[in-house]
Design a protein around this ligand. Structure first.
Ligand SMILES: [Fe+2]
Length: 246
């Protein structure tokens, strides 16, 4: 079977067929199997860094985490490389969001949220303008704020409607955002608090199978001394999570 035939077959089996049946791949690359060219990735990364160094550093960490997650889930190396690129580019659309909104501490107004919520679709549109072959990468970027229960944005996709790459990015993005200092948020979670947050949100915000895989990835990470809570999630975490996932 040729490359296009294999891609069509993978697509017809659904987005997670490979992960389910143990055959090659997750179906994440149904259009072109090409990962974005390194010089284009570097140019976008440079633009992100010039616009907002903090977001660029966060994005590099999300790319590394998403790649580690994909590798731990048994995805082929081509898809792992694409996950790294998707992590680096997941907030590409923030280039069009005013910096004072991105950096605003505390709660955003309804109008400011509308501005922020443009960024997944804008990022995807930029990648599609580079090449139609980047459709799966663009869809990963577009879907990184979707939620398993359908309450995310921009499309309100539910469960398996969200591409696996988007579900992986969601976990990697939120974990990094809550554990690292961001200008718009005063509260930072420790390793174990952040793991507990993922567990609490598995099946609602996140794909539970991706959370399980990420907990295994982080099993040997240093936990520090910040673990103070057990049991149910304090209600005060909900705004923290929302603020963490701009
Ligand atoms: Fe984002």
């Amino acid at each position: 079977m040729g490359k296009r035939g294999a891609a069509r077959a993978a697509a017809s089996r659904g987005p997670n067929a490979g992960a389910r049946d143990g055959t090659a791949g997750s179906g994440m690359l149904p259009v072109g199997q090409d990962v974005i060219q390194p010089r284009i990735l570097h140019a976008f990364q440079r633009a992100l860094f010039i616009a907002d160094a903090e977001t660029a550093r966060h994005s590099a960490r999300v790319g590394a985490a998403a790649a580690a997650l994909g590798r731990s889930m048994g995805l082929p190396e081509g898809e792992v490389r694409q996950l790294r690129a998707a992590g680096i580019l997941h907030d590409l659309g923030k280039l069009v969001v005013p910096q004072d909104i991105l950096d605003k501490p505390g709660r955003l107004t309804a109008e400011e949220w509308i501005e922020i919520r443009r960024h997944p679709a804008v990022g995807a549109d930029i990648l599609l303008a580079v090449s139609a072959d980047l459709a799966s990468l663009a869809d990963a970027v577009r879907s990184h704020h979707e939620r398993w229960d359908g309450s995310g944005y921009p499309d309100g996709r539910v469960g398996d409607q969200i591409p696996l790459a988007g579900r992986i990015l969601a976990v990697a993005d939120v974990f990094d955002a809550v554990t690292c200092t961001r200008s718009y948020r005063s509260h930072t979670l420790g390793e174990l608090e952040a793991r507990a947050l993922l567990v609490a949100e598995a099946g609602s915000h996140f794909d539970a199978s991706v959370v399980k895989a990420y907990l295994a990835v982080r099993a040997n990470a240093p936990t520090g001394q910040r673990w103070v809570r057990t049991g149910s999630r304090p209600s005060s975490w909900e705004p923290t999570l929302v603020e963490a996932t701009r």
